[in-house]
Design a protein around this ligand. Structure first.
Ligand code: CUA
Length: 350
């Protein structure tokens, strides 16, 4: 794979959403608070071990340093049963203090809650696919929509190399492992159970947005494999789900011309309710249904503006080195057309 030369100006990587910093300190789910409690225990014990080793070490170094005229060699001895038992037993006890709460947290969250919402998460180089098998077979890319205060059961796998699915504010991460499909079902998947946080403001339109990131080195654009999670009120989620699979509304001439241009894209991309859906097989590019509603493009790295979409379409590899999306050599006019179709026709009210 030939990567383009690095050009600082060209690679202005992220339009970062600072409203949702990617830290794990103030976790929003029970899963994340439980992990932090184990982390707290570990930190206390580690601090104890550090001082229990460092203080005697420093005292010994100072007290037993050879002084001028001190020529008698120290007493030589070999083996000390008491000491050896002690420094085996103490670490075992300390590790048990870490292991037991760790197991408790792992087992507590290992089981799917009865009636949990199902979401399938599929890692791709370098974007995320989210499928909602229970909600009318909705498929989205790079933007995961969830209702607040709801148990969710994620089934996670990968279409190519190992990725890792992580929403820092929600707690732990889980690897997406490459699978072979057997009768349309992935052979080996990982799971993650979380209960989505309640909205701080229950009437907030458009929900709360949290950032996610691939956390397994997966190739040239690993760092550019981001996504967003939008948590809605339950009512708003229902209306999002209803709007999610409706076809684009193509009104202007520009958008209609863009629809024609998009015919060239549909071998790799699907938009629900258009002929692109009829093309069989798994598409290698992200599903673009409701693209106009997405806040970001290029897997959560750039704000979804017509300028950024044009930059992307002119040369995808400039924004995402190694991207599988080829440079289609679109003219500026075609870019304006397809951008109008993709951004405006697919924007839904919900
Ligand atoms: Cu996918 Cu890193």
């Amino acid at each position: 794979m030939q990567l383009p030369a690095f050009d600082e100006g060209k690679y202005k990587f992220f339009d970062v959403n600072w409203d949702a910093p990617m830290n794990t300190i103030a976790g929003l789910t029970e899963w994340s608070r439980d992990i932090n409690s184990v982390y707290g225990i570990t930190t206390v014990l580690e601090t104890f071990v550090f001082f229990a080793v460092a203080i005697p070490l420093i005292i010994t170094l100072i007290k037993f340093k050879q002084k001028p005229g001190d020529n008698i060699p120290p007493k030589q001895f070999h083996g000390n049963a008491t000491l050896e038992v002690l420094w085996t037993v103490i670490p075992v006890v300390l590790l048990l203090f870490i292991a037991v709460p760790t197991w408790r947290v792992l087992f507590k969250h290992a089981h799917k809650v009865e009636g949990a919402m199902e979401v399938e998460v599929i890692g791709h180089q370098w974007w995320w696919e989210f499928r909602y098998p229970q909600n009318g077979k909705i498929v989205t890319a790079n933007e995961l929509h969830l209702p607040e205060n709801t148990p969710v059961h994620f089934t996670v796998w990968s279409a190519d190399v190992i990725h890792s699915f992580w929403v820092p504010k929600f707690g732990g991460k889980i690897d997406a492992i490459p699978v072979t499909m057997k009768d349309g079902v992935p052979t080996r998947t990982n799971i993650l159970n979380i209960v989505t946080p309640p909205l701080a403001d229950p009437n907030k339109k458009g929900g709360e947005m949290y950032q996610g990131q691939c956390v397994e080195l997966c190739g040239a654009s690993h760092a550019l494999m981001r996504f967003n999670v939008v948590v809605h009120s339950k009512a708003e989620f229902e209306s999002w789900a209803k709007s999610a699979n409706t076809p684009p509304v193509v009104e202007t001439t520009l958008a209609k011309d863009g629809e024609q241009v998009f015919a060239r894209c549909q071998a790799c991309h699907t938009i629900a309710g258009t002929p692109s859906e009829q093309i069989p097989g798994d598409k290698i590019g992200p599903n673009l249904t409701n693209f106009g509603n997405r806040k970001y493009l290029a897997a959560g790295t750039r704000l979804n503006t017509s300028e950024n979409l044009a930059i992307w379409l002119r040369d995808p590899a400039a924004l995402k080195p190694g991207s599988l999306m080829p440079n289609l050599g679109l003219t500026e006019q075609e870019i304006a057309q397809v951008s109008s179709y993709l951004r405006l026709s697919t924007t839904k009210q919900y």
